[in-house]
Design a protein around this ligand. Structure first.
Ligand code: HEC
Length: 160
């Protein structure tokens, strides 16, 4: 008798726990789908600040930093006014950077500069932000710091 009593006392507790658990799961699922709903539709990215874009172009053109025009071309008409129009010798080893902001998303541009091998394993584009598999006689350091990579990607995204 006592046993049955205990059983009947426990049953609602059990149901209560099950209900709590179910609603917790439902809540987690709802939160999960809300978070996904935010990432799924491609909301336009906020435009990078003018200062970041300028820093990026400086890094791109600086022979000690990006030195990107050794391998890439960039039309003078295609970059902001405040930068030197004399862009010097330009390479054609890689594709022209003109319009590159329409060909790749901001995230993809950052990946191209950080480590293009993650996009195209046999690429000849140097990895500016990674030392993976790189063996050089000099003290190993990535060619560009994370902030410089962000700036370069921001500058590239404006090339439309
Ligand atoms: C040693 C030559 C070299 C240098 C220096 C170089 N790149 Fe590249 N880059 C390439 C090559 C080659 C490709 C084409 C990659 C491929 O198809 O494998 C490329 C591809 C790219 C792409 C993709 C272009 C597209 O249209 O799909 C971007 C963006 C890019 N480089 C940006 C840069 C930036 C920014 C710098 C300087 C920080 C830089 N590159 C420096 C050789 C270079």
């Amino acid at each position: 008798m006592k046993r049955r009593m205990t059983g009947s006392v426990h049953a609602p507790t059990h149901r209560w726990v099950t209900r709590k658990f179910t609603s917790a799961c439902l809540g987690a699922w709802l939160l999960h789908s809300m978070l996904h709903a935010q990432t799924l539709p491609r909301t336009p990215e906020p435009a990078p600040s003018a200062a970041l874009v300028e820093a990026g172009f400086k890094t791109i053109l600086d022979r000690q930093l990006g030195n990107c025009l050794t391998c890439h071309a960039l039309s003078a008409a295609n970059h902001p006014q405040h930068l030197p129009k004399a862009l010097g010798q330009q390479g054609n080893f890689g594709p022209s950077l003109d319009g590159v902001g329409t060909r790749h998303s901001p995230a993809a541009l950052l990946q191209w500069v950080t480590d293009a091998r993650k996009i195209k394993p046999d690429t000849l584009m140097p990895p500016y932000g990674s030392l993976e598999g790189v063996h050089q006689p000099n003290a190993a350091r990535p060619l560009l710091e994370p902030e410089q990579l962000q700036a370069v990607a921001a500058a590239l995204s404006t090339l439309r």
